[in-house]
Design a binder for this molecule. Structure first.
Ligand SMILES: [Zn+2]
Length: 78
């Protein structure tokens, strides 16, 4: 899902997209940046596209919507 208006996180960071990811052919396992739990690329998880106007685009992977909410709180509290 592309946000109509990029969501400002503070500084040079903006959330551009939020999507649900599942790639059955991808065995990548990432650590959730919030809870440290495993995020499996081949299972349902949340992917947030962040634009850093200084250095380009990044993707952040979250294991659940709770973690995404928590992460947004942390990012915008700074
Ligand atoms: Zn998590």
């Amino acid at each position: 899902m592309e946000l109509e208006t990029p969501y400002a996180l503070g500084g040079t960071y903006y959330v551009e997209t939020v999507s649900v990811g599942k790639r059955t052919d991808d065995e990548t396992v990432r650590d959730c940046v919030v809870c440290g739990g495993h995020v499996y690329a081949d299972d349902w998880h949340l992917v947030v596209g962040v634009l850093d106007t200084g250095s380009g685009r990044q993707r952040h992977h979250h294991c659940s919507d709770d973690c995404l909410t928590e992460w947004l709180k942390l990012m915008t509290a700074a």
